[in-house]
Design a binder for this molecule. Sequence first.
Ligand code: C2E
Ligand code: CA
Ligand code: CA
Length: 515
Amino acid sequence: MLVFSLRAVNKICVKDNNTGWRVLRGLIIFFVLGYTGVFYYLCKQSDLAISDVIFCIIMFSGGGFVVLVTRLSLMSLLKVEKLVINERSNALHDSLTGLPNRQYLMNSLSHHVDVGLPFSLLLIDLNRFKQVNDALGHYYGDLLLIEVGKSVSEHLPDDATLFRLGGDEFAVIVTQVELAQVQHTINAIHQALEKAFCIESYDLLVGASVGLSHYPSYASEIGQLLQQADIAMYSSKKLATLYTTYDHSLETNAAEKVNISALLKRAIEQQEFELWYQPIINLRDNSLYGVEALIRWPRPDGSYTPPSVFINIAEQTTLINQITGWVMQQVAKDVEHFESLGLSLCIHLNLSAKDLQDPTLINKSVSLVNGNHSSQKIMFEITESAMMTNVAQAKDAMTQITAAGGAFSIDDFGTGFSSLELLRDLPVTQIKIDGSFINSIHHSDADLAIVKSVIFLSQHLNCNVVAEGVENSETATLLASLGCDLAQGYYYSKPMPMSSFAHYIQVQQSMSTAV
Ligand code: C2E
Ligand code: CA
Ligand code: CA
């Protein structure tokens, strides 16, 4: 038994350096020798005294005791060891998808850098994931992430490892820098996301934006490598490319973004903006129905920074709320101006997702509508994705503003995650079909079908329809024949400053008198 317990103590000594175990091993060996001596002595005796038998039983029980203690100690040690291994694995794996996590990625990157072999880092951000999460809730969002993780892991080649960094962000380390090999991995990622994921009763489709950087040819240390892949990933998302390789010029864009944010703050403080208006025309009689207020930010050289550049940046901070606040203040002033021109218009202004989440701005919208005692109406334009950021909150804000007399139009309809549920549940009275469908209705049957369907849908939902981006008379005529109510675009007029509006009206009136 003592020899048997020696095996357990030997295993313990391998796992634990504590000298106590070595002393115990020495004692057991000593006892084994002692027992052998006693056994030899007893064998030499011609007959055994009762006291010798009792002595042997005690020694035997002692042996049993040692076996029990050493076996139990070994079992406890193995259990603790297993717990530690599990714990370590949990700390390095994502609990939702089971994939290696951010910490694991950092460890792997350090290891690769220590080894010194070149490799590539891909940062992946899912497209449309946020809409799924917002529309269906975190439960479906989580199930979708699990399926995405599984599918991408299955498609990846052997030289690539997938990590989940959190949210809808993933990373892949590829032990290759050859473009063809890395492209093979990127194609595999896109293939993995090609088909819709069937999550319970929903078919959910997500895409991916991928940013690529290499070690050591692009970045010589981990922080820089991650930052480069991140910048490339954002560019891929913005340009809707399959992937973007890091390039120094992208960094200039990131720096420019920081610069624009700083300049925007100053522009807000010093009220550097202008509010221009673009006419919206009634297609039934070509009369002026209303105007859309579009912000303009003049540069010192007389040119303008396009809203598509600075609105996006402002939307990433609360600067957008201040900008919308300024627009509302300006519209309140311009209402008087339109009134003085004898017009009765619907004045459209654009709201961003964050505006509907800001109680101060909701109050400002209500005051704008309430305080407007002229014959001008106020219409707020908001995109589907902005409404979907938080449907309950959007509904609440929209209901308050509608109760005060404002109305809502869905902007850029067809480009977002078009949800009929939104049309049914939210107080919307108008749909603006995005310009990308309008310009091509003459040569794309699919776009024509979409425009016809949206007009049909709107009519049955008691909403009116605006076609955006109308650039020629053929498009205007076709839209009118399809039953589209309103049109806006360069064909009628480009956006113009308030100061040009009186002239525009004069020209329109003289033209209609001439007709
Ligand atoms: P949007 O709300 O879809 O505005 C329509 C955009 O299309 C305007 O660009 C307008 O100038 C342009 N546009 C009008 N007709 C035509 C046409 O026939 N052809 C083409 N190619 N374009 C046409 P803009 O003024 O550069 O504004 C771009 C976007 O910036 C707007 O898109 C809107 O999303 C945002 N934006 C502009 N002003 C504001 C604002 O005051 N607040 C907020 N939150 N966003 C604004
Ligand atoms: Ca708009
Ligand atoms: Ca639009």
